[in-house]
Design a protein around this ligand. Structure first.
Ligand code: SF4
Ligand code: SF4
Length: 397
C-alpha cells in the first residue's frame, strides 16, 4: 500500500482509506462479524485511515470500528470521526456526543475530528458562538483530538470562505471526475493545497454510481482504450493522479472490493496518468455533459445568487437523477443544498430576479430550469419538514 505524507503533521497515511458507512450486511442489517473481519483485513493490507461518523449506521459504525480496533489494532491506525453541527444547539450537546463517540470507539483520543457536512460560514460562526470551537481547541491542546477539520458538500464559494476562515488541520471533500467543477471542485482542492491543508477525498465513485451506472458510451470509451481496466480503476486512478490529494476514502462492503481497490492503489503515484489516458477522461466528461438534462458546466459565473440559491448545485443533483439513475436524489438534494443548516440553498428560494441569467455562458434559462428542479426535487412541505427535523435534532441532545 502506498502512503502519502500529511504535510502538516508528517503522518504517513495510506492513499486508500476505509469509509465506514457501507459495511457488509446480512438480512438487511449490518453484519457485525463480517464488518470486523473486513476492517482487520484492511489493516493487514496496509490501510491505516478509517473514517466514520456519529450517525453512520445509526451509531453502529463507530461501535463496530471500536470493536474491530480493540485487541492491539488501535495504535497502528488513524481514526477519523465527525461531530454533526446540525445536531448541536449547545456546548453540552456536543460534549455528550463526543463522549459517546470515545466510548463507542473504545479509544481515548481521535486522530482526525471533523465538523460533519459543515455547510457555510454561518454554521462555523454558530459553532464558535456556542463555544464548540474553543472546546475542540482545548481538546487538541490536551491531545484528545489530534487534528481538527471539516467535511463539505456545499458550493464552491462556501468552501472558499470556510477553508480560509480558520486554521484547519485538514478537510474532506467530495471529488471525482464528474465533480471537477462541482461542490469544492478542483479550485477548492487547489486552494486547500496552496494553504497547506491536507485534503481527504470522499465519494471517488459517487457512491458507486461511477462503478455500475455509467452510460454505455462511457463504458465503450474506457474499453476502447484498455479492455481490462474497470470503471472503478479509471475513477480511483483519476483522483489519485492529483498530487493535492492525501487519502481517498472508499466505502468497501466486501473482500472483492477491498482486493480490487488495494490492487489499484499499489502503484498510483501522483501525475502518473499518461496524456492519452487524460484524453480519455476529457472525452468521457464531454459524453457525460452531452447526456445531462441541464447543460450546466458548474462554471459558477452566475454565482453568488443574492438570495442564496446554489444554482450549479441544484442542477448537478437534478442531472444526476437521470445521468446516473440516482435513486437517493432527494436525500442528496437536501444534503448538498444545506438542508440541515440554517440557510438552505434550494431552487425554491429563487425569487426570479433574473440577475444570474445574463452571466451564464451556456445561455441556460436558469429561472425556468430552477422551477423544473423545484417541481421534481422538492415536495411542498420540504422547508417546513426540514425546519421540524432541524429543531428536533438539536433539541434531542
Ligand atoms: S433568478 Fe433566482 S437564482 Fe437567479 S439570481 Fe435571481 S433569485 Fe438567484
Ligand atoms: S453560469 Fe450557467 S453553466 Fe455556469 S454554473 Fe451558472 S448555470 Fe451553470
Amino acid at each position: 500500500m502506498l502512503t502519502r505524507t500529511n504535510t502538516k503533521n508528517k503522518d504517513e497515511l495510506s492513499i486508500l482509506g476505509f469509509g465506514c458507512m457501507r459495511f457488509p450486511t446480512k438480512n438487511g442489517t449490518v453484519d457485525e462479524d463480517a464488518s470486523i473481519a473486513l476492517i482487520r483485513e484492511c489493516i493487514h493490507k496496509g490501510i491505516n485511515y478509517f473514517d466514520t461518523a456519529y450517525f453512520y449506521n445509526g451509531g453502529k459504525s463507530e461501535s463496530i470500528l471500536g470493536k474491530a480496533l480493540s485487541g492491539g489494532y488501535r495504535a497502528n491506525v488513524k481514526v477519523a470521526t465527525k461531530l454533526p453541527p446540525f445536531m448541536v444547539s449547545k456546548l453540552q450537546g456536543a460534549q455528550k456526543i463526543f463522549s459517546t463517540q470515545l466510548s463507542r470507539l473504545q479509544t481515548e483520543y481521535i486522530d482526525y475530528y471533523l465538523l460533519h457536512m459543515l455547510s457555510d460560514i454561518n454554521e462555523l460562526e454558530r459553532m464558535k458562538s456556542l463555544g464548540v470551537i474553543d472546546w475542540l481547541e482545548e481538546l487538541k491542546k490536551q491531545g484528545i483530538i489530534k487534528n481538527l477539520g471539516f467535511s463539505f458538500h456545499g458550493s464552491k464559494m462556501d468552501f472558499e470562505q470556510l477553508i480560509t476562515a480558520y486554521p484547519w488541520d485538514f478537510c474532506q471533500i467530495q471529488y471525482n471526475y464528474l465533480d471537477v467543477n462541482n461542490q469544492a471542485g478542483i479550485s477548492g482542492l487547489q486552494l486547500a493545497y496552496s494553504l497547506g491543508i491536507p485534503v481527504i477525498v470522499m465519494e471517488p465513485l459517487r457512491g458507486g454510481r461511477l462503478a455500475d451506472r455509467l452510460p454505455k458510451e462511457v463504458l465503450h470509451k474506457f474499453h476502447s482504450y484498455d479492455k481490462d481496466s474497470t470503471p472503478v480503476e479509471w475513477a480511483l486512478k483519476w483522483v489519485w493522479n492529483h498530487p493535492q490529494v492525501t487519502v481517498v476514502l472508499s466505502g468497501m462492503s466486501n473482500e472483492e472490493q477491498l482486493e480490487e481497490n488495494t490492487q489499484i492503489a499499489c502503484d498510483m503515484i501522483p501525475n502518473s496518468l499518461s496524456d492519452k489516458e487524460l484524453e480519455v477522461f476529457d472525452r468521457v466528461m464531454d459524453i457525460m455533459h452531452e447526456k445531462t438534462k441541464i447543460p450546466c458546466t458548474s462554471c459558477g459565473y452566475c454565482m453568488p445568487c443574492p438570495f442564496g440559491v446554489n444554482i450549479p448545485g441544484c442542477f448537478s443533483v437534478y442531472n444526476d437523477k437521470y445521468l446516473l439513475r440516482e435513486k437517493r436524489n432527494k436525500i442528496i438534494y437536501i444534503r448538498t443544498l444545506g438542508g440541515l443548516s440554517k440557510q438552505a440553498a434550494y431552487a425554491s428560494i429563487c425569487t426570479e430576479c433574473g440577475k444570474c441569467e445574463k452571466h451564464c455562458p451556456q445561455k441556460i434559462e436558469i429561472r425556468r430550469e430552477l422551477k423544473r428542479v423545484k417541481k421534481e426535487m422538492e415536495n411542498p412541505f420540504l422547508n417546513t419538514s426540514m425546519k421540524i427535523i432541524r429543531r428536533f435534532m438539536r433539541i434531542s441532545n
